[in-house]
Design a protein around this ligand. Structure first.
Ligand code: ADP
Ligand code: GN1
Ligand code: MG
Length: 362
């Protein structure tokens, strides 16, 4: 595809500095279509927003504008939403009878995103940055925010979605993933600790990021210190356990999320420890006893949840996550379930690690 030709019209609807020279695909996100726009003066990120996943783009962009404006008012580096020529925060256009939505951010230069942890320090830095981000959000008025995806991390609800997809088995794929299905069915009763705690008030409702994987943070390309937390689409009320667990799911693995050779995929306790040190360093003053206790469980929970979501999408015909080949979602499912099984066996060891970290800080 000639991306420059395809997306030039959309890019030119925004208040860009300079003339558009080139547009090409960028990054490894699974949800939005992300493009790098180079003009004669600078670089931008253009995103075709995924309106199948985010059904209310107006509210979504309002959330992002509120959060980014609040962060920059505090002097914290964040995404800058470039307005359209008609001063809107995003572009809605009609193409071939279909509505398409686009937004533009300044490209944050001299940064990198990692698709895998390369050393403990990178992961420690990201833990500290996501913890600090949690602290900034603590003072944010939650009533301003629209829930962009209701029940996003409601794991028991995700389980029901999985069951429904399995029952339907639209593409007759269940026969190819019997072991994975068995794993999820056998773990059905382990999935409700966080939603139960939020219901009975033992886990506080906070404003959270909800999608804290390592490639949603930009690190300084030289020092590998965190520069900016990005992918703010899912900022909404939630639990800090979602943020912690999701980071561990992605980052404390010895292999990529879509590694095909499962013998390479392991849960790395040392990486867990590095992230927990960074995260707790930032949040130890505000974390509750129950949250601290459940940090290791949250890693198990979010990893199982994500595996279940990949499998649900595989069974439903790959309509949610972007895929590069036909069984990509099944490959992803397998890595997640392998990790979840390993974390489950190590919960007590991880609890001790977390308690030791906390005691040293207090
Ligand atoms: P998705 O929701 O599909 O994951 P993201 O918003 O996370 O999309 O963007 C995908 C990738 O694009 C990120 O992982 C990052 O590498 C890159 N990226 C996004 N926004 C910026 C930005 N403002 N500056 C530099 N890189 C960015
Ligand atoms: C998606 O948008 P991205 O690629 O950063 C997904 C997350 C999953 C993740 C799995 C809005 O994250 O919830 O954990 O893929 N985002 C959404 O890699 O569903
Ligand atoms: Mg992303």
């Amino acid at each position: 595809m000639d991306y420059t030709k395809e997306f030039k019209g959309a890019a030119e609807a925004f208040q860009l500095d300079g003339e558009v020279v080139e547009i090409c695909p960028y990054g490894e996100g699974h949800i939005n279509q992300t493009l790098l726009v180079t003009t004669t003066k600078k670089r931008y990120i253009l995103q075709k927003m995924n309106t199948h996943v985010f059904a209310d783009p107006d509210s979504l962009m309002k959330n992002i504008c509120y959060v980014t404006e609040a962060l920059s008012a505090k002097g914290i580096e964040t995404l800058y939403v470039v307005p359209t020529k008609t001063k809107e925060s995003f572009l809605k256009r009609n193409k071939d009878g279909k509505e398409e939505c686009f937004r533009v951010y300044d490209f944050i230069e001299n940064t990198v995103t990692f698709q895998k942890v390369t050393d403990k320090e990178v992961f420690y830095n990201s833990g500290k940055a996501f913890g600090e981000f949690q602290n900034y959000l603590a003072s944010f008025d939650a009533s301003l925010l629209t829930e962009t995806i209701p029940n996003f991390h409601n794991t028991p609800k995700r389980y029901l979605d999985f069951e429904a997809a399995l029952k339907q088995d639209k593409l007759n794929r269940a026969k190819d993933c019997k072991e994975e299905i068995e794993f999820i069915l056998a773990h059905k009763d382990t999935l409700s600790k966080v939603v139960d705690g939020m219901k009975d008030g033992s886990i506080p409702l906070r404003v959270t990021h909800n999608d804290t994987k390592l490639n949603n943070i930009l690190m300084d390309e030289r020092t590998h210190q965190a520069r900016a937390v990005i992918d703010l689409d899912t900022i909404m009320p939630g639990s800090m356990l979602y943020d912690f667990g999701d980071s561990i799911r992605f980052g404390a693995s010895t292999a990529a999320e879509d590694e095909k050779d499962l013998s390479k995929v392991h849960f790395d306790v040392e990486l867990f420890k590095a992230y927990a040190e960074g995260y707790c360093q930032a949040v130890y003053k505000s974390i509750s006893k129950r949250e601290l206790e459940l940090l290791p469980y949250s890693a198990y929970l979010l990893t199982t949840e994500c595996g279940m979501r990949f499998l649900t999408d595989y069974l439903s015909g790959d309509t949610y996550f972007a895929i590069k080949y036909s069984d990509h979602n099944l490959i992803r499912t397998r890595t997640q379930l392998k990790l979840a099984g390993e974390i489950e066996k190590k919960i007590e060891e991880l609890q001790k690690i977390v308690q030791d970290i906390y005691q040293k800080l207090t």
